[in-house]
Design a protein around this ligand. Structure first.
Ligand SMILES: CC(C)(COP(=O)(O)OP(=O)(O)OC[C@H]1O[C@@H](n2cnc3c(N)ncnc32)[C@H](O)[C@@H]1OP(=O)(O)O)[C@@H](O)C(=O)NCCC(=O)NCCS
Length: 169
């Protein structure tokens, strides 16, 4: 674990995305995913030459998919440094759109987000946290594995990861 993590987490704030901020959320998610070294994660095989054109359908798709999700910004003082959204089911919390801005990476911010979600899952007596990860997204695969997630299914592009929540006694 990065030693900056402890210091940094005191300044991190999670706040729900307001209705007026929905477009900003989608743009930020697009932008933070786009900076991933492996563009295939965002483009799913679409040639990079059409990259600028993909933003419109991507934003629409994200807006549509996120309709049922609770969306959150992560702020470090007055900087927007990360995003995530969740869907709660009776047993689980599924995580989507977890991103951290490129200049804020490897400081433990994504780990902080996962710790907050785990605490929420414990409070709400859920059985597991769940996330789908693109098979070639190595930083994300390492993040979730380090945090105790286990691969439970795979499809053509994605692994489904789960972390069992320890029940409070
Ligand atoms: C994946 C992502 C969210 C990680 O965020 P982060 O704040 O940098 O993660 P953390 O600092 O909490 O790092 C936690 C662990 O993740 C792994 N990790 C993070 N960035 C990594 C990188 N570039 N390469 C390899 N491993 C990496 C490391 O194992 C790290 O543990 P360590 O500190 O012991 O080395 C970030 O890289 C990102 O936003 N990527 C683009 C969007 C994305 O792919 N989201 C995942 C969707 S499933």
């Amino acid at each position: 674990m990065n030693t900056n993590y402890g210091k940094l987490s005191r300044f991190l704030q999670i706040s729900p995305v307001k209705n007026t901020e929905l477009l900003l959320f989608s743009l930020l998610v697009f932008n933070f995913f786009k900076t991933n070294k492996n563009k295939n994660i965002l483009l799913l095989g679409i040639p990079e030459i059409v990259n600028p054109l993909i933003i419109v359908p991507y934003i629409f798709k994200l807006g549509f998919l996120n309709f049922r999700r609770k969306r959150y910004f992560v702020r470090l003082k007055n900087h927007l440094v990360g995003t995530f959204s969740i869907v709660e089911a009776s047993n689980s919390i599924h995580i989507y759109s977890l991103t951290v801005g490129p200049q804020w990476r490897k400081l433990g911010i994504a780990t902080f987000i996962l710790s907050c979600l785990e605490a929420q899952a414990i409070r709400k007596n859920k059985t597991w946290l769940e996330v789908s990860v693109h098979k070639t997204n190595n930083p994300a695969l390492r993040l979730y594995t380090n945090f105790g997630f286990i691969k439970i299914q795979e499809s053509r592009w994605f692994f489904l990861f789960r972390k069992l929540i320890r029940k409070s006694l």
